[in-house]
Design a protein around this ligand. Structure first.
Ligand SMILES: NC(=O)c1ccc[n+]([C@@H]2O[C@H](COP(=O)([O-])OP(=O)(O)OC[C@H]3O[C@@H](n4cnc5c(N)ncnc54)[C@H](O)[C@@H]3O)[C@@H](O)[C@H]2O)c1
Length: 199
């Protein structure tokens, strides 16, 4: 499988690095619109300091960092949305509510450039109900279809690697059992069996 995260920040970069370390048979790609950030991930001085991160990134030849957001969306089997959700600065909820416009913008890009069946995962911290907005954006057609999962991240800066290696909780939710049971690709017209979901 080709697994993509959109957003090469604290969450996107580190979670993909740890997943790549433990899943050598899969390819992991991290994309970002911030060219400098991607350049830093590809350099000897990573944009983030986290104990143990340098060694993991150097050792993983199944992990790449790129600015080709559109191209990578088109090739991915699973896409994690890991962009930032700043506090709203204007309008309803200004100064308090979370601004999900970047998450929605990424979902629109996924809807446009994805191919075949794509599992889309909300990794970013978003308000309850955001999946309903994303499900409206991600439209199934004859050529493409989507399964939306929610898998919020609970890592803490400074101990992020340990939090990912031995998490004290993992939440995964979604409406389609096929996606929850890790089936990568299937034609839209095929009926997929639904084995019991592992914990
Ligand atoms: N940092 C933490 O410790 C932590 C822990 C748990 C959860 N979270 C949550 O995870 C989410 C991400 O946090 P973070 O700290 O990684 O954020 P971050 O600001 O470090 O990184 C976000 C990245 O997304 C990129 N981005 C924004 N829009 C984009 C687009 N349209 N296409 C491609 N890239 C785009 C930005 O350029 C940036 O590099 C937030 O919702 C945050 O609340 C963060």
């Amino acid at each position: 499988m080709r697994i993509l995260t959109v957003g090469a920040g604290y969450v996107g970069g580190i979670t993909m690095a740890v997943m790549a370390k433990h899943n050598k048979e899969h390819d992991f790609v991290v994309v970002d619109i911030d060219h400098q950030r991607i350049k830093d991930w590809n350099s000897d001085t990573l944009p983030i300091y986290e104990p143990g991160l340098d060694d993991i990134v150097k050792a993983c030849d199944n992990l790449t960092f790129s600015t080709d957001v559109r191209g990578e969306i088109g090739k991915a089997d699973i896409i994690f949305i890991s962009v930032d959700t700043p506090t709203k600065m204007s309008g309803l909820g200004a100064g308090q509510a979370c601004d999900t416009s970047k998450v929605e913008a990424v979902a629109r890009q996924i809807n446009k450039f994805a191919s075949g069946h794509t599992i889309v995962v909300e990794k970013t911290t978003v308000p309850v109900g955001t999946c309903e907005i994303l499900n409206e954006i991600l439209e199934d057609t004859d050529n493409k279809s989507f399964s939306l999962l929610s898998n919020p991240e609970f890592l803490s800066e400074g101990v992020a690697i340990a939090d990912l290696e031995v998490p004290d909780r993992v939440l995964i939710g979604g409406a389609r059992p096929e996606a929850l049971t890790r089936r990568p690709r299937w034609p839209r017209s095929t009926s997929v069996g639904c084995p019991s979901i592992a914990s």
